[in-house]
Design a protein around this ligand. Structure first.
Ligand code: SF4
Ligand code: SF4
Length: 178
C-alpha cells in the first residue's frame, strides 16, 4: 500500500502536532517510565529500516525542540544550518539517513503522471538548498528522497498536484518509476 497524497497531505499539515505528541510520549517513556535510551535508539533505527529517516521530524524530542527553535526549513540560513548540525551527534540520524536509500518504504514518482510543474522541488528543503544538484522530477539529477539528509517530511508528496509522487513499498517501484 502506498501512502498517497490525501493521507499524506493530512499527516504533513498536522506533522508538527504529531511530532510534538510523539516526542512528548518518547520523552515521558525515558524520563518517567524508566525505558532505557538504548531502546529508544534501537526503535528509532528500526523505523529507519522500514520508513527511512522519519525519526528526526516525526519522533525525536530533541528534533522537535531544534525545529521549533531554529525553524529548520526557514529562510534564515544560519538557523537552518544550526538545525542540520545538531544531527551530526545523533546515531539514529546517521543510521536512518544511510537507510534512506534502502528502506522498505520510499518516495517514488510515476513519470507518466508528472507534469513537470516543479512544485515538489519548491516544497523540498534539500532541492531548494542544493538547487542544481537534487530534484524530485528533473532527469539526470539526484533524487533528494534517497539522500542521507532527507528527513521524510513528505512535503514533496503532499505538494504534488498530479499525484505523481507517493510514499510506498520499495518493492512495488517499477522500472518506469523514479
Ligand atoms: S521527504 Fe520529500 S520534501 Fe522532505 S526532504 Fe525528503 S525529498 Fe525533500
Ligand atoms: S509536483 Fe508532481 S507533477 Fe509537479 S514536478 Fe513534482 S512530481 Fe511532477
Amino acid at each position: 500500500m502506498a501512502f498517497r497524497k490525501t493521507l499524506v497531505s493530512r499527516a504533513v499539515s498536522a506533522r508538527r502536532w504529531i511530532h510534538g505528541a510523539v516526542a512528548l510520549g518518547t520523552y515521558a517513556l525515558v524520563s518517567f517510565f524508566g525505558i532505557s535510551l538504548w531502546w529508544v535508539l534501537a526503535a528509532g533505527s528500526l523505523t529507519g529500516v522500514v520508513f527511512g529517516k522519519v525519526f528526526c521530524r516525526w519522533i525525536c524530542p530533541l528534533g522537535f525542540v531544534m525545529e521549533s527553535v531554529t525553524g529548520a526549513a526557514g529562510a534564515d540560513s544560519k538557523f537552518r544550518n544550526m538545525y542540520q548540525y545538531h544531527k551530526l551527534g545523533c546515531p539514529v540520524a546517521w543510521a536512518s539517513g544511510i537507510l534512506n536509500r534502502h528502506s522498505l518504504f520510499r518516495i517514488r514518482r510515476r513519470a507518466e503522471a508528472c507534469t513537470a510543474c516543479g512544485l515538489c522541488d519548491k516544497a523540498c528543503y534539500m532541492a531548494t538548498l542544493d538547487e542544481g544538484k537534487y530534484s524530485l522530477y528533473k532527469e539526470g539529477l539526484n533524487r533528494p528522497g534517497d539522500a542521507f539528509a532527507c528527513s521524510r517530511c513528505l512535503a514533496c508528496v503532499s505538494s504534488c498536484p498530479a499525484k505523481s509522487l507517493s510514499f510506498g513499498p520499495a518493492l512495488s517501484i517499477s522500472k518506469s518509476d523514479s
